[in-house]
Design a protein around this ligand. Sequence first.
Ligand code: NAP
Length: 256
Amino acid sequence: MHVLVLGGTTEARRLAADLAARPGVRVTTSLAGRVARPAALEGDVRVGGFGGAEGLAAWLREQEADAVVDATHPFAATISEHAVLAAAATGVPSVMLRRPGWLPEPGDRWHDAASLAEAAALLPGLGRRVFLTTGRLGLAAFADTRAVPGLAELHFLVRSVEPPDPPLPRHTEVLLDRGPYTVEGETTLLREHRVDVLVTKDSGGTATAAKLTAARALSVPVVIVRRPPPPAGATVLPDQASVLSHLARGLGLGPA
Ligand code: NAP
């Protein structure tokens, strides 16, 4: 059995390791190629776009794939859409592993935003020293002082795995780092940089959740950019165990 895992997440890496350890299973993880030195992966790895949904469908046919698991990041909406379209075109079953989003707890001061632009518009009313953890792409929304003049006054601490792409906000300090993070470390970071507002995507999962606990303890407001909905027709499962049971039921995936 050949399983294509659309990757770029911790969940995808763990799933590939589980599948690769099963006799008779070949697993290929596909990465977009955004990160220069991705974490090591079990099984085969391919890197780079497929060339749209048609390209992905062609790959599935050529490589005689039996199943696709879309384990990409909850904000990677285009590849998820392509996975559903390519599965429909080829008849190769697909399933989406989508970790649940974060939920507020007592003491949280969360503000929902539907987009990065909406998050940027909220900031001048919330603080002056921003900790921006939305990734290296899309930061232009926080540099757009024509849309939100108050942004020019704010100081941004931007944390990303790779250096962010310009345009960046006028007052920007970049911190290159990769999770997982600890509550202690995040609390120290918020204190040392005198952060008074945090911006995050609703990525879910545990690897980057410590900042939310630290913000709660320090009563720092958090702007949460909500996720795009999953594509229509996708079978969405919340974790590795449910994906493996789904593959066992539908495709006869054997035990580890
Ligand atoms: P996206 O907007 O959904 O995808 C844009 C294009 O990149 C796709 O059309 C596809 O190109 C290619 N692509 C994306 N993921 C791919 C994969 N796993 N394998 C091969 N090609 C892929 O995705 P994105 O938001 O730029 O994210 C890119 C990758 O980074 C994803 O794999 C995701 O898991 C990971 N990631 C994203 C975020 C985030 O916040 N968005 C955070 C952490 C990790 P073609 O159309 O040419 O096939």
